[in-house]
Design a protein around this ligand. Sequence first.
Ligand code: NDP
Length: 330
Amino acid sequence: MFDAIMIEKSEDGQTVKMTEVGADQLPEGDVLVDVAYSTLNYKDALAITGASPVVRSFPMVPGIDYSGIVVESAHSDYKPGDRVVLNGWGVGEKHWGGLAKQARVKGDWLVPLPDGISLRQAMAIGTAGYTAMLCVDALQKHGITPESGEVVVSGAAGGVGSVATALLAARGFEVAAVTGRMSETDYLKGLGAASIVDRAELSGKGRPLAKERWAAGVDVAGSTVLANMLASIKYRGVVAACGLAAGMDLPATVAPFILRGVTLVGVDSVNCPKAERLEAWEGLARDLDLAKLDAMTTEIAFSDVVETAPKFLEGQIRGRIVVPVSPELG
Ligand code: NDP
């Protein structure tokens, strides 16, 4: 038997508690993993609080990502002792996730952890950081270079935003960090932001087109923030959109697309094809400054996960949260 956080649902509503489960209760899969670290992402907070219907079947072990060591494998790519990382694929939503000491999954969902990244660093990065890498890769695949001009990042003090800021700076981009917490100016400059933009500038109802300000953007907010960002992107610029921290709506017009040739690229980490995942993790291993990663990481005890989750929805979390599930694994 081992510890797991379990979400259950009854007629009275949703309950979440630490409980004990056995390996025989784990869902189907061809690889059994001892979980070393998991994390808290925005989506985990939605699942644990029940604020949004993220969990599709109950009972559910939350945790959309984890790093760990393979214990048993019937998959040709993995053998006991291998270091692996898991992001997405509905884990923590429809398949038991990483906030448990063991997890069983399809080997096809796993990514071998690149050399140079520890099990803890893998979850300091987590799904938020891997998504940030997908966003930066998307901008570059669409032709954005440091010479194109400044890149704006919304929700910069959050998980995706912090890693995106550090990665863009590492790749030579000038970053304009948008935050609702101007008190985090020093933190954001420490990650490599060249300038700080008060979120209030992008939160109100804007015009279809505003002054051309940024060459590209990474947006975690959606709603008016994304609409105003699009209206302020330079001719032929690109925005990678991955989140909805401000809302799922998009009160924009087609003006940026048809008059300035702006491209809006959607970024999804959950069902992202394996080749792009491997590329993203290689990019993180190569380019992410691990000292900056440390600066943006806070560790919380496995037993404190449930009480910490609501803070995400209040926008109080800075950077990344790591959960040591079995840190003795390495
Ligand atoms: P965090 O909570 O760590 O960061 C979100 C940040 O957004 C906050 O820290 C805050 O930053 C900013 N923010 C909060 N409320 C608002 C608001 N009302 N308007 C504008 N900005 C706001 O979450 P994550 O970084 O983990 O995730 C960010 C978003 O990306 C979430 O919506 C999440 O669901 C999504 N996501 C999507 C993925 C995908 O596959 N598409 C994968 C991972 C995440 P600040 O205080 O600096 O303004």
